[in-house]
Design a protein around this ligand. Structure first.
Ligand code: FCB
Length: 467
């Protein structure tokens, strides 16, 4: 049952620098529900999840964890766990139901209530502006494939900052633009569900441009803690054969370097530019764009779940690649135990990744904005949720962070994915990532054993920092 040897002693040995931020993360569409409430407009995830055949058993975020009405209870649980911070996203369509133009005050009021509740409870809000839920009205005009969407995103950033800038210190533009661009437009496994390399390349660049334009607006309005969250998957070749080595280079290029390097250095990697051009899907860069994209940041959000081994070969039927021009590359099944997502467990790769990012973004503090694992959890007869695999994953990955810090990586915080079980996108409610279990029939919340372990680590950290 356990994925790795149990390490009950590990929790007590974990020490973090004073001031290290410990939190948990969520995203609007995954937890809020209340999709037709207070003037919210439809997003691409409403459309996608309601399209037959797109999501696991047709699951949608219509109800989710009912966080929109239960946010007070959820903030109380955060305080009970001793979180110092909470990372959440704002639903663009609650604020601007048509994506642009008319502002919906009731949507802004919800986030104001949430933020006030957090502040009153001693939990620092970390706000993400975009976690994948593009207004459908903008999608109807081309979505991220249309350059204008980047400008609309910057306008939206300004509206949210005007409403919440007096009480939210930490601002993040995008969550995982790689997923929005490539899962959304190349493999089609996420909204808007396109399978078009040209669209994927255009979306990539316009998302990054949107990040840069929004960063400008947020800076002008006085933001002092600004970041973006990228998702990284270390890519390894299955063999030393040149074709496999090149396959790993290509996937690493699009997964990791195509997003990191423009943001931190102001240039796309040349090999990636060449790969995309060769695939007939060039990045639509205009003069001055890269300067905008490389807006100064205060921290980089790092999401890490697993690593991947790849080689050239024939892809299984019905499994389109997420990478442009990579129809000849297959990702191997991970060795060893996997989570219910089918993802491997590789904490050592996490340490190496943090050091690698630090080398490519010298001087930029890193914040782990997501890390976690899905398992089949149940509430036991004793009323608890015993999730030794998640606890083990959590401890091992926290240990990886401490190892990276000891080796010189400047990691300032860690947010567990996720606070609550929630709507895992196309995988629906079958995947449970929470530190807190949600019974979807009753919406009852139960802190899992992993959540209790996390709370204990945080308690010791506070104690050590205070003494
Ligand atoms: C990340 C997403 C997050 C969640 C986790 C499991 O890619 O940012 O919303 O789905 O994966």
């Amino acid at each position: 049952m356990t994925t790795t040897d149990a390490r009950p002693d590990l929790a007590s040995g974990l020490t973090f620098p004073p001031g290290f931020t410990f939190g948990a993360a969520t995203a609007a569409y995954q937890i809020e529900g209340a999709v037709d409430v207070d003037g919210r407009g439809p997003s691409i995830w409403d459309t996608y999840s309601h399209t037959p055949g797109r999501t696991f058993q047709g699951h949608t975020g219509d109800v989710a964890a009912e966080h929109y009405t239960r946010y007070r209870e959820d903030v109380a649980l955060m305080a009970e766990l001793g979180l110092s911070a909470y990372r959440f996203s704002v639903a663009w369509t609650r604020v601007l139901p048509e994506g642009a133009g008319r502002v919906e005050q009731r949507g802004l009021d919800f986030y104001r209530r949430l933020v006030d509740e957090l502040l009153d409870s001693g939990v620092d809000p970390w706000l993400t502006l975009y976690h994948w839920d593009l207004p459908q009205a903008l999608q109807d005009r081309g979505g991220w494939t249309d350059r204008d969407t980047a400008a609309r995103f910057a306008d939206y950033a300004g509206v949210v900052h005007d409403a919440l800038g007096d009480r939210v210190r930490h601002w993040s533009t995008l969550n995982e633009p790689m997923c929005s661009a490539l899962l959304g437009h190349q493999s089609g496994q996420h909204a808007p569900g396109e399978r078009d390399a040209v669209a994927a390349a255009r979306a990539t660049h316009h998302l990054l441009l949107g990040h840069g334009l929004a960063s400008r607006v947020l800076r002008e309005k006085g933001t002092e803690s600004l970041g973006i969250t990228l998702n990284f998957t270390p890519m390894h070749p299955a063999t030393g054969r040149p074709a496999d080595v090149d396959a790993a280079r290509r996937l690493d290029g699009q997964q990791n370097r195509m997003f990191l390097l423009p943001v931190v250095t102001g240039a796309y990697p040349e090999d990636v530019v060449a790969d995309l051009a060769a695939a007939g899907a060039p990045l639509p860069v205009q003069d001055g764009d890269l300067e905008v994209i490389a807006a100064p940041l205060d921290w980089l959000g790092v999401n890490y779940y697993f690593e991947s081994t790849v080689q050239v070969g024939t892809r299984p039927a019905g499994r389109p690649t997420s990478f442009i021009g990579a129809e000849d590359v297959v990702e191997l099944d991970p060795e060893g135990p996997t989570t219910t997502m089918g993802w491997g467990v590789s904490p050592e790769a996490f340490t190496r990744l943090l050091l690698w990012i630090g080398d490519h973004a010298p001087g930029l503090p890193l914040v782990v904005t997501e890390n976690g694992s899905a398992w089949d959890d149940e509430v036991s007869d004793d009323g608890a949720v015993h999730d030794p695999e998640r606890t083990d994953y959590l401890l091992r990955h926290l240990e990886s962070v401490t190892t990276a810090i000891a080796a010189g990586a400047d990691v300032r915080g860690y947010f567990a994915w996720s606070l609550l079980d929630n709507y895992e996108w196309a995988r629906g409610y079958a995947q449970r990532f929470g530190l807190i279990h949600v019974d979807y029939a009753t919406q009852r919340r139960t802190v899992k054993d992993s959540g209790r372990t996390y709370a204990e680590i945080l308690r010791r950290h506070r104690q050590a920092s205070d003494s």
